[in-house]
Design a protein around this ligand. Structure first.
Ligand code: GLP
Length: 240
């Protein structure tokens, strides 16, 4: 793991966007792995700015998102498809037919997970995978557990995650209790991983990345076995 410390969220967002920009310039048809949550929003804003002001070209890029609530319509303003459109896709020249998010509308979630995993495999591999992180160390929606799953799967969210994510909903009862998420193997198959960690609430989980221990109870620690992970964090996450 390579660690980059930034003084604040703005610097973290710009640093992450520059790494993405470099990848897209190097490889115009790059396959991007994208994430939701509040942490990558600043990076997306910088990418939109780079598109508008510097002509950063997304026309040949394709993308795969990590996860989606289940069941949930993609038109729902709480869906991760909606989030991606609002925060990035609607503001850049990406071909929407090349943007992929697991479908929270699928009748058969297992079949949808298998379809998504096949789609990912047919992409030739994600060039750079952006990750946020849950306070409990989840990545995508791979929650702490004795057993983690390698492939895209349906998961029951932990009470902790439901409580943390309730801030985006009117009331906690509105938070879906399930999600479809890429598995640990799907995430780890990306060539490069960009993990963004911001804010004092992520202090504990950031510290767990500094030694060489690995535990399924903090899923992000498995990233230590990947050969190309860049962790970008801010002072607030470092000092707690
Ligand atoms: C959700 C997403 C994760 C994200 C996490 C952290 O649970 N499934 O992909 O990393 O939230 O979100 P935030 O960046 O808002 O702290």
């Amino acid at each position: 793991m390579r660690f980059i410390q930034c003084k604040d969220y703005a610097e973290l967002s710009l640093t992450a966007a520059k790494i993405m920009q470099e990848k897209i310039i190097q490889k115009p048809n790059a396959v991007l792995g994208l994430a939701t949550g509040s942490t990558p929003v600043g990076m997306y804003q910088n990418l939109v700015k780079m598109h508008r002001e510097e002509g950063l070209d997304f026309s040949a890029v394709s993308s795969y998102n990590l996860d989606e609530y289940y069941p949930l319509s993609s038109d729902d303003s709480q869906s991760y498809r909606y989030f991606m459109n609002q925060n990035l896709f609607d503001h850049i020249n990406i071909d929407k037919s090349r943007t992929h998010v697991p479908s929270g509308e699928a009748k058969d979630p297992e079949a949808e997970c298998a379809r998504y995993e096949e789609l990912l495999a047919s992409s030739g591999g994600v060039d750079i995978q952006v990750l946020g992180i849950g306070e409990n160390g989840h990545i995508g929606f791979n929650e702490p557990a004795d057993i983690l799953h390698a492939k895209t799967h349906l998961i029951h969210l932990t009470q902790d995650t439901i409580a943390v994510n309730a801030r985006f909903f009117e009331k906690i009862e509105d938070v879906p209790t399930k999600a479809l998420t890429m598995g640990m193997g799907s995430i780890m198959s990306a060539k490069t991983i960009l993990l963004l960690i911001s804010g004092a609430k992520k202090h504990r989980v950031l510290r767990s990345l500094f030694d060489d221990s690995i535990t399924t109870q903090i899923p992000a620690t498995l990233l230590k076995t990947h050969s190309d992970v860049i962790v970008i964090y801010d002072d607030a996450a470092y000092h707690g």
